[in-house]
Design a protein around this ligand. Structure first.
Ligand SMILES: NC(=O)c1ccc[n+]([C@@H]2O[C@H](COP(=O)([O-])OP(=O)(O)OC[C@H]3O[C@@H](n4cnc5c(N)ncnc54)[C@H](O)[C@@H]3O)[C@@H](O)[C@H]2O)c1
Length: 419
């Protein structure tokens, strides 16, 4: 078994880390138990480009329990948990190509190595694997039964591929399932982004002016949690509906041009490029902190920052780089502008990844069973899978809910009864 990781000797701690996450992932464990009995993924070769975290290790264990052959590569150069990578290769017999801190060239060479499995099913977090197949390994495309996509930015890219007519196999937008984005993006990113910022900087959020760029699922969760920590939160948006929602949720809404002067801490979560750029940096206060929790490191223009600082940059703490501008003003970039919750903390809590990864495993099973009916386009996760995950999650949380009576079912389905 070939692999490339930082330190195999970390395996023992990695196993404890994976087991710790596992006890907070009861829905995925239920899927794993059934997969062990039924082996629905026998003969499936899965290449997965995901953040190499303890939760991902539990997904890999589940896919293997279903009979699949699995290889993993990281979906971000800074998000790999090296102990987990070691546990996967040394204890869970799963090849991993990922090193925390790898450069972009190694990142792509790791994707190439994962593809040497010649997968017939793929999983992505950001669509880099599918993009590589469609541009550099087109020979693999015909054999791919389906691909799963974990995040908003990946789904956006895949929809653009579909619109351009270049998508060659079916793709499932895991992100768009209710039990994914309502919880993972909102509560997972909300909390873990705060966690990453605090681990990197140790600042007091109470009383701080925090600017959240983007009021989508992630931005809502983040703004809510920042407010809960006592920060004064300003939201910036480009979509009128989202801006209105932020305003009615009680946040101040400003264009970035004005927010730039106010913020002590800026966090981008838009999935867009150059949300913070030269014109904003020039207006910022001395000491402003800049973080990103969107998928790619393009939301804060590092080129503009470097230009303004004439490359006068020094690392003042792990994950904190100081850019000193000509006039002496200092701006601090956290985690190289990469997603702060995974680069400086541990990503989402396992409890929330439980649902996202149960969806991944169940949708993979669905895709394999329904190959004949699928076309090269972006599909939603089937509603019954979403409902099953929600039901079981509630059950594992000890929450019971009411059932519709027969009379209620008839009423809801009818139109005759009015005033
Ligand atoms: N850090 C993580 O662990 C994590 C988890 C889930 C998703 N993500 C990533 O976070 C990003 C956001 O995801 P989401 O689900 O919230 O997406 P979303 O589409 O629900 O929300 C993004 C919001 O940003 C707004 N926006 C776009 N350009 C903007 C700009 N220039 N200024 C201000 N607002 C702008 C959009 O109008 C939209 O409301 C994506 O890149 C996604 O892949 C990260």
């Amino acid at each position: 078994m070939e692999y490339d990781i930082n330190d195999p000797s970390l395996a023992e701690g990695g196993v404890r880390h994976v087991e710790w996450a596992d006890q907070a992932m009861p829905v995925l464990a239920e899927v794993r138990k059934r997969f062990e009995r039924e082996r629905p993924l026998a003969a499936v070769r899965i290449a997965a480009c995901l953040h190499i975290t303890a939760e991902t290790a539990n997904l890999a264990r589940t896919l293997k329990a279903g009979g699949a052959q699995v290889v993993l590569c990281g979906s971000n150069p800074l998000s790999t948990q090296d102990d987990v990578a070691a546990a996967l290769t040394e204890r869970y017999e799963t090849p991993v190509f990922a090193r925390c801190g790898e450069d972009d060239q190694t990142y792509y060479s790791h994707i190439a190595s994962a593809l040497s499995l010649e997968p017939n099913l793929t999983m992505d977090d950001g669509a880099d694997l599918v993009t590589t197949i469609l541009t550099k390994r087109t020979d693999l495309a015909d054999n791919i039964v389906a691909s799963m996509e974990e995040t908003t930015t990946g789904v956006n890219r895949l929809r653009a591929m579909e619109a351009d007519g270049v998508l060659r196999f079916p793709v499932f937008a895991i992100n768009d399932a209710m039990t994914k984005h309502l919880f993972d993006n909102r509560y997972g990113t909300g909390q873990s982004t705060v966690d990453g910022i605090l681990r990197a900087t140790g600042v007091l959020l109470a009383g701080m002016n925090v600017v959240v760029a983007g009021y989508g699922m992630c931005g809502r969760g983040l703004a809510m949690r920042m407010k809960g920590m006592g920060a004064h939160v300003v939201v910036t948006e480009t979509d009128p509906l989202r801006a209105l929602e932020a305003a009615m949720d009680g946040f101040e809404v400003l264009p970035m041009d004005q927010a730039a002067k106010r913020g002590d801490l800026f966090v981008t979560v838009t999935g867009n490029a150059e949300v913070l750029r030269k014109e904003h940096f020039l207006k910022m206060k001395d000491g402003a902190l800049l973080a990103n929790s969107g998928h790619f490191n393009v939301e804060i223009s590092i080129d503009n920052l470097s230009e303004l600082a004439e490359d006068i940059v020094r690392q003042v703490r792990p994950n904190v780089d100081e850019f000193r501008l000509e006039d002496g003003k200092r701006l601090y970039l956290l985690a190289e502008g990469r997603l702060i919750n995974l680069a400086a903390a541990e990503g989402h809590p396992a409890c929330v990844m439980d649902m996202s990864f149960a969806l991944q495993a169940l949708t993979a099973e669905f895709a394999v069973k329904n190959t004949a009916d699928l076309e090269p386009k972006v599909y939603r996760v089937p509603e019954d899978i979403d409902q099953w995950v929600a039901q079981l999650k509630l059950q594992t949380m000890g929450i019971t809910i009411d059932k519709l009576t027969e009379r209620q079912q008839q009423y809801m389905a009818g139109w005759q009864e009015g005033t």
